[in-house]
Design a protein around this ligand. Structure first.
Ligand code: RP5
Length: 163
């Protein structure tokens, strides 16, 4: 969402090929009315532009970062090296079913953390929901929206019938 509002969340992915998965993070953030920006920037293909964007968007008020990459997925770690805002990582499906992405993202050496979610769509949605939960600490209206989201989810399951 390229909004006029200052973004509270930045979603960065290593390739346009990640968008089919990461659009679910964007859609979830939009469901909560959270201003966010989605960009394709790579730790190895566009390292300078990646660093510049992280600094720029943080300066414009971004409070949470989501980084998505596949393969040797160092993107979120590089982002985390450039900001002290929380960075959530989403491993992308890959030639090795995302296991390479997951391990390279989750196994950050001590000192620069990346909060790594699951591989693929579930990770993308959950990264957005975790971003909402982090923001809800200082944006009380998001707490109410998150509680309503959980209630709706529970009601849907409780209303399901098997035929
Ligand atoms: C990573 O390499 C990207 O995040 C993507 O998941 C993977 C493959 O990228 P493409 O070759 O499809 O551009 O950097």
């Amino acid at each position: 969402m390229a909004g006029k509002e200052q973004p509270l969340v930045a979603v960065i992915m290593g390739s346009k090929s990640d968008w089919e998965t990461m659009r679910h993070a964007s859609e979830t953030l939009a469901e909560f009315g959270i201003a966010h920006e989605c960009r394709v920037l790579s730790a190895h293909r566009t390292p300078e532009a990646l660093s510049a964007f992280v600094k720029d968007v943080e300066g414009r008020g971004c409070e949470v970062f989501i980084g998505a990459a596949g393969g040797a997925a160092h993107l979120a770690g590089v982002m985390a090296a450039r900001t002290i805002r929380p960075v959530l990582g989403v491993p992308m499906p890959s030639a090795l079913q995302g296991l390479d992405s997951l391990l390279s993202m989750v196994q950050m050496p001590t000192g620069i953390p990346v909060g790594t979610l699951g591989v693929g769509r579930a990770g993308a949605v959950n990264a957005a929901l975790l971003a909402v939960a982090i923001l809800a600490n200082t944006h009380p209206e998001l707490r109410d929206k998150l509680l309503a989201y959980r209630r709706k989810q529970a009601d849907k399951i409780l209303g399901e019938t098997l035929t």
